[in-house]
Design a protein around this ligand. Structure first.
Ligand code: TRP
Length: 310
């Protein structure tokens, strides 16, 4: 993998900040992607299975709200089972447009989608979806654009960035556009904390792999055994704070940059925000969307929501 100077300077800037932080994008090297797939299959990690269940249980209504001849624009590469469930049932789609920053990942998953759904006009776009990007022109003129953003990935953005992202979605949806989004909900903190602290330790391995990734590909020299995984739910803010905690006073380097970290000091690796229905609706409204329909599981752990431009 090619390492760019801007990535190194991004990592160095984050580790020079207080508190120290590393962007969650460094979770996902090959090993990290495998570990994340394993997380989604853990019994404690309710998010993936619950969302998939909601999609399956309500697919007819979801399909009718999307409508005929829509262009489905997925923010993310579209490798999930949820996307496949949707594509299996959306028989009259004008186009399917997965958008992802990773060229390799995107084209591999677009090829897989094309071979499973040869009748769908699949038009992958390589772009950073946190900023406005140009949409391709499908063979069939779409009646409307529907942005699809599963997985409660919106929860991994802090409030202002989540707002900015919703505004990008609003722009890409265009006139008469809509948004179909998975949003994880606030609930009993024990359920949430268990999802990010599984009993077999896959989540810990996933979090710690970020340091291994930086060692392998970015010239870092973390002593990974001297860090530990931590995930705590802050119920006032409604977010899980995911960190790597130093077990001792130590020094690590990235290229020519040396950093000191104290015993018990944290490196922030990700936030995962959980919403109330009202809280999410208010944020969406500020970005120009109105919630038209909310589907949930029986225990109200997770929601799939359909919004239109208001
Ligand atoms: N997007 C996932 C989430 O917020 C990422 C995730 C799951 C994660 N488990 C994790 C990130 C553990 C860090 C550590 O649910």
């Amino acid at each position: 993998m090619a390492v760019s100077d801007s990535e190194i300077s991004e990592i160095v800037t984050g580790l020079s900040a207080k508190p120290k932080q590393i962007s969650p994008k460094y979770f996902y090297d090959e090993r990290g992607s495998q570990l994340f797939d394993a997380i989604t299959e853990l019994p404690e990690y309710y998010l993936t299975n619950t969302e998939l269940g909601i999609m399956r249980d309500n697919i007819d209504e979801i399909v009718s709200m999307v409508g005929k001849q829509a262009s489905l624009i997925e923010f993310g590469s579209g490798s999930s089972l949820k996307t496949r469930v949707l594509l299996q049932h959306l028989s009259e789609l004008a186009a399917y447009v997965p958008v992802d920053i990773s060229d390799e990942h995107l084209h591999a998953s677009a090829e897989a989608i094309r071979s499973e759904f040869p009748h769908i006009d699949t038009l992958p776009v390589v772009a950073d979806f946190t900023k406005q990007f140009d949409l391709p022109t499908p063979m069939v003129m779409p009646v409307r654009n529907v942005v699809y953003f599963p997985g409660s990935t919106i929860g991994n953005f802090e409030h202002d960035l989540a707002m900015e992202l919703l505004r990008v979605m609003h722009h890409e949806a265009g006139k008469n556009g809509a948004l179909l989004i998975g949003v994880d909900l606030q609930k009993d903190p024990e359920i949430i904390e268990a999802a990010y602290n599984d009993s077999v330790g896959v989540t810990a391995e996933f979090n710690l792999n970020m340091l291994q990734h930086l060692n392998r590909d970015y010239g870092a020299n973390f002593d990974v055994s001297e860090f530990e995984h931590s995930a705590n739910y802050d119920s006032d803010i409604g977010r899980v704070v995911i960190e790597l905690i130093s077990r001792t006073d130590q020094t690590f380097e990235i290229g020519d940059n040396a950093f000191d970290i104290g015993d018990g000091e944290a490196i922030l690796t990700e936030y995962s925000h959980k919403y109330t229905l009202d809280g999410f609706a208010a944020m969406a409204k500020a970005a120009g969307f109105a919630v038209r329909k909310v589907w949930m599981d029986a225990d109200q752990l997770f929601s799939v929501q359909f919004l239109t431009r208001s």
